[in-house]
Design a protein around this ligand. Structure first.
Ligand SMILES: NC(=O)c1ccc[n+]([C@@H]2O[C@H](COP(=O)([O-])OP(=O)(O)OC[C@H]3O[C@@H](n4cnc5c(N)ncnc54)[C@H](OP(=O)(O)O)[C@@H]3O)[C@@H](O)[C@H]2O)c1
Length: 351
């Protein structure tokens, strides 16, 4: 079992931070809870009977002071493009392993760019220990095992019933950015909804569009496959064209600010326990080799936020058990199947 102060969890009073706190406590881990608002951190810490500390992530002294008491930190404060850099700098300075639950591809780029610093510090940075990217990373690796000579990977995430306020804010934060795909090993900018295609997740074909998911970056690290396209399922066929048409005008900051105010009025911070219990997730992978072979697999699992809490805590347990590997790492090469085996997962080979 973890020692009393082995873990620091930042963003503890956010929707996802709180879910991870709850799951960690159930697993016998007692993180130091942290966040920038002292009253809100203290309230969550009191509820779970945990130690706490409050500081702004940009307070270089305070973050180092807090990290000096732990082996591993998990950052739950997103959008992560605003919090990653001060956090990783402090982890490198204090020799603390870094985990987060980002799905933002920029953060993976930035973490990989610090690989040499991380090796020198003897610490691991593993972004994305949530629904993004743990199950999809495993599925990419599984596809590579089924078709070792695969040259192209297509990955798709099925419809998600409800998202948290923080996820919606993060999606808004990314509006106006280009699409991304990986072609022959290199990440290239592509237009929004660059490709559209129907994908059968198991209950009939659904229209999907390309999206710059983090797997465009990470699945190449995990599998070495040079060409990767990621898709998301759309709620209705017209949306693909609407998105293409309206995306350019969504960039102006006034519109983003307007949408943010609407978001702030969302009644629930995220799916409630009943929605989480009823929800499921589905991910599709397809791998092709140049000689015309193809495999297709789907993975069905728990609702995304439930899964995030389970896999994040499984990652914390793995690090505390001494399994961290210095440098920028993706989940499957380090932990294999162990993170997703914390969840109720079903894998079906379609072809
Ligand atoms: N990878 C995945 O599958 C996955 C799963 C779940 C969530 N996420 C991501 O995790 C993030 C959080 O989601 P959520 O639902 O927990 O959102 P949330 O309920 O809005 O919580 C966000 C938390 O982050 C803190 N925070 C945000 N910006 C900060 C900053 N610059 N400095 C310090 N603290 C900051 C917030 O504190 P204040 O209230 O004080 O601003 C709050 O505690 C989002 O980016 C979301 O997309 C990813």
């Amino acid at each position: 079992m973890a020692k009393r102060t082995d873990v620091l969890l930042y963003g503890a009073y956010g929707y996802t931070g709180r879910l991870i706190t709850e799951e960690a406590v159930q697993a016998g881990i007692r993180p130091i809870l942290a966040g920038r608002n002292s009253a809100r951190v203290e309230a969550v810490a009191r509820e779970f009977g945990l130690p706490w500390v409050a500081f702004e992530i940009t307070d270089a002294h305070a973050i180092r002071e807090a990290l000096s008491r732990v082996q591993v930190a998990i950052n739950c404060a997103g959008p992560f493009r605003h919090t990653f850099t001060p956090f990783i700098d402090a982890c490198i300075d204090t020799g603390v392993h870094y985990l987060d639950v980002t799905g933002e591809i920029d953060v993976f780029h930035r973490a990989a760019a610090r690989h040499a610093d991380l090796i020198n510090a003897g610490i691991m940075a593993m972004p994305g220990v949530g629904f993004d990217i743990v199950p999809s990373d495993y599925l990419a690796s599984y596809a590579k095992t089924r078709l070792p000579c695969a040259q192209k990977l297509v990955m798709a995430v099925g419809k998600v019933d409800a998202v948290s306020r923080g996820t919606a804010t993060t999606v808004l934060d990314q509006l106006g950015r280009p699409g991304l795909a990986r072609v022959d090993g290199r990440i290239v900018e592509v237009s929004t909804a660059w490709h559209q295609r129907k994908i059968d997740f198991g209950s009939g074909p659904e229209l999907c569009i390309t999206a710059p998911l983090a797997d465009v970056f990470s699945a190449h690290y995990t599998t070495g496959i040079p060409t990767i396209e990621c898709y998301v399922a759309l709620p209705c066929p017209v949306s693909a064209w609407a998105l293409k048409l309206f995306h350019p005008i969504l960039k102006p900051t006034w519109l983003q600010a307007f949408l943010r105010r609407r978001l702030a009025r969302m009644k629930q911070p995220g799916p409630n326990p009943e929605q989480r219990a009823a929800g499921r997730s589905v991910i599709y992978v397809e791998a092709e080799s140049t000689d015309g072979n193809r495999i297709r697999t789907v993975m069905r699992g728990p609702e995304p936020y439930t899964m995030t809490a389970s896999v994040a805590v499984a990652a914390l347990k793995g690090v505390l058990a001494g399994r961290a590997r210095p440098g920028f790492q993706t989940p499957t090469p380090v932990f294999g199947v162990d993170l997703i085996s914390a969840c109720d997962i079903e894998i079906e080979d379609l072809e």
